[in-house]
Design a protein around this ligand. Structure first.
Ligand code: BTN
Length: 315
C-alpha cells in the first residue's frame, strides 16, 4: 500500500476526519483524498462517511492491504486468490528487481514442498513466500529457513497451539503417545535462492501453514489449525509470522538459540536420510547455519541436509 493511503487509513481509524482536513494534513487535493478513500473501499476497508467526516468501520478479513494494515515489519504484500505457487511468483518478483516483498495466496494449484514433493494447498490455508535480499553468503542462507520455522511456531503458540520444530523446519503438533510418536505436521518451509558463493542475491522463504482447512484435504500425518483449535484470523497469524521473522533476521547467529527453544528433535533418537547417506543416532544440538549434530555409534556427525524422522527411544 502506498504511504499516503496508509497514512489516510490510520487517520480514519482515529476518525471521524473530514476530507478537507485530510487534504490539508497530507498536502494533497480533496479529489486525491476522495480517490484514496475509494481505493480503500475497493480493497475491502469499510470507510463510512458522515457529516463529521470519514471513519474506518472495519477492515477486510484477509488479503494484501489487510495484512499490511497494522503490520510492524517493512514488507509489501501481494495477494492472490489462487496461484500455482507463491515461491514461483516470488522468483518472478526477484527477477524483476523487487525485495522485502511477500506473496500471499488463498490457494495454490501447484504448491511445492521439499525434496520435489507436492504440497497440498487448498483454499483457507496460509501459503506465503517472503522475498529477501539478505547480506549473507549463500552457505549461511539455511539459517533463514530455521528462522521461518521459529517465526511460524511462535505465531501458532500465540494462539495456544503447543507446536514445535522437527529439524530442520517442519512445524509439528506433538502426539499424545508417551514415546513421542504420533506427531502431525502443521507447517513446512521451502527456501529457494539465487546468488554467488560470497553473497546471496535473493532468497524466497516459502511458508505453508495448514490454517483454516480440513485435515481430510491434507496428506496423512498432517493436521491443521482448524482441526486443533478451530478457524483463526489468518491476517493476524501472517502479521505475527512476518514480525517475528523480521526480528529474528537482524541477528542470524541468535536464531540458533531461538530454534533450540522450540525444537522437538533435540534429545530425540533420529533417522536422517541425507543425499548420500543414512545417519541414525541421538540428536544433541544444532550448529550454524542449521546443521543437526547427531551422536552416532561411531561418533558425532553434523548433518547439513536431509529428511529427518523421530524414532522411538529404543529403535
Ligand atoms: C515442506 O515440504 O515441508 C515445505 C512446504 C512448503 C510449502 C510452501 S506453501 C508457500 C510456498 N509455495 C510453495 O509452492 N511452497 C511453499
Amino acid at each position: 500500500m502506498n504511504e499516503t493511503r496508509n497514512t489516510i487509513l490510520h487517520a480514519l481509524s482515529d476518525g471521524p476526519v473530514s476530507g478537507p482536513d485530510l487534504a490539508d494534513r497530507l498536502g494533497i487535493s480533496r479529489a486525491a483524498v476522495w480517490k484514496h478513500v475509494e481505493g480503500l473501499r475497493e480493497a475491502g476497508f469499510d470507510v463510512v462517511s458522515a457529516d463529521d467526516g470519514y471513519t474506518l468501520a472495519s477492515i477486510p478479513e484477509y488479503g494484501g492491504p489487510a495484512v499490511v494494515y497494522g503490520l510492524d515489519a517493512p514488507f509489501d504484500v501481494e495477494y492472490h486468490e489462487s496461484i500455482p505457487s507463491t515461491n514461483d511468483r516470488a522468483r518472478e518478483l526477484a527477477e524483476a528487481g523487487r525485495a522485502e516483498s511477500v506473496v500471499l495466496a488463498n490457494e495454490q494449484t501447484g504448491g511445492r514442498g521439499r525434496l520435489d514433493r507436492e504440497w497440498a494447498s487448498p483454499p483457507g490455508g496460509i501459503w506465503m513466500s517472503v522475498l529477501l535480499r539478505p547480506a549473507l553468503p549463500a552457505a549461511h542462507a539455511p539459517i533463514l529457513t530455521l528462522a521461518a520455522a521459529v517465526a511460524t511456531t511462535r505465531a501458532v503458540r500465540n494462539l495456544g497451539v503447543e507446536a514445535g520444530v522437527k529439524w530442520p523446519n517442519d512445524v509439528l503438533v506433538p502426539g499424545t503417545k508417551s514415546d513421542g510418536q504420533g506427531e502431525r505436521k502443521l507447517a513446512g518451509i521451502l527456501t529457494e535462492m539465487e546468488g554467488e558463493t560470497d553473497e546471496v542475491d535473493w532468497v524466497a522463504i516459502g511458508i505453508g501453514l495448514n490454517a483454516n482447512v480440513h485435515a481430510s484435504s491434507l496428506p496423512d500425518g498432517s493436521t491443521s489449525l482448524r482441526a486443533v483449535i478451530g478457524d483463526v484470523s489468518r491476517r493476524e497469524v501472517v502479521q505475527t509470522i512476518l514480525e517475528e521473522l523480521d526480528d529474528l533476521r537482524t541477528d542470524p547467529r541468535g536464531i540458533l538459540d531461538a530454534w533450540r527453544m522450540v525444537a522437538l528433535t533435540l534429545g530425540r533418537r533420529v533417522h536422517v536420510e541425507t543425499p548420500g547417506d543414512t545417519v541414525v543416532g541421538d540428536a544433541v544440538d544444532v550448529a550454524f547455519p542449521g546443521s543437526l549434530v547427531v551422536e552416532t555409534e561411531t561418533g558425532r556427525v553434523r548433518v547439513h541436509a536431509g529428511d529427518c524422522e523421530h524414532l522411538r527411544p529404543t529403535e
